[in-house]
Write a protein that binds this ligand. Structure first.
Ligand code: HEM
Length: 194
């Protein structure tokens, strides 16, 4: 498929040991009130967002680019790595679609672990041979739930769905991003503390 043409994108091709079993994932889903209805709303969100990913990424990259403390993580000694920024951008666009449309199964869990390691010192910079900071601090990964959730609303509303449907898609997206950030915290904490 087309997505395999994205450099460094390895969905379905990683053999990471996952921190959670499917049963434990189910408990986490219950904890963020993620239901089969949210799955349906996420699929609809995938259809709504599918042709808007470039515009969404313009907003998110504008946000990162205008905050030096965030651009820092794409940079070394204050010098942003342009190749790194554009390579990650392509995978970020694919992530929007994957988050909405992929089943949350063992392959999904394995790729969450892979992306977690790519934010952590374990694997940061390796995929793109980047010259940049060696770790993204956990506090910002968690804090990103807010901008990634609030800024998606207008894009969810852009295709003329009624307010109730937009709210449903938005809540489902919020839960999905929260689940993601929780899973990505795994490499940052002691094993028995996750
Ligand atoms: C990589 C999403 C937090 C900077 C990525 C990728 C995605 C993503 C989808 C590409 C994954 C792949 O390789 O397939 C997110 C989400 C976050 C988050 C959903 C929080 C909920 C952050 C924060 C920063 C950041 C706070 C700091 C500026 C980066 C960088 C990479 C990356 C530098 C490349 C990592 C590497 O070297 O491979 N992120 N991100 N991310 N993100 Fe994030």
């Amino acid at each position: 498929s087309e997505s395999h043409a994205i450099p460094g994108y390895a969905y379905g091709n990683v053999s990471q040991t996952t921190p959670l079993s499917l049963e434990e994932l189910d408990l986490l889903k219950q904890t963020v009130l993620f239901s089969p209805e949210d799955e349906r709303f996420l699929h609809l969100a995938g259809e709504v967002l599918g042709d808007q990913t470039e515009a969404i990424l313009d907003v998110w990259y504008g946000y990162v680019g205008s905050h030096p403390h965030l651009l820092h993580y794409f940079s070394l000694q204050g010098q942003p790595d342009g190749h790194y920024l554009s390579a990650v951008r392509k995978r970020f666009g694919q992530w929007i679609i994957d988050t909405c449309t992929r089943p949350y199964d063992t392959a999904w869990l394995a790729y969450q672990q892979e992306i977690a390691l790519r934010h952590h010192t374990t694997k940061k910079n390796l995929t793109d041979d980047a010259r940049a900071e060696p770790i993204i601090h956990l506090r910002y990964i968690l804090a990103f739930i807010v901008p990634l959730t609030l800024t998606i609303k207008d894009f969810l509303a852009a295709k003329g769905h009624n307010a109730e449907t937009v709210a449903g898609m938005h809540a489902a997206w919020f839960k999905a991003v929260t689940l993601t950030a929780v899973l990505w915290s795994y490499p940052y904490v002691h094993t028995n503390e996750f």
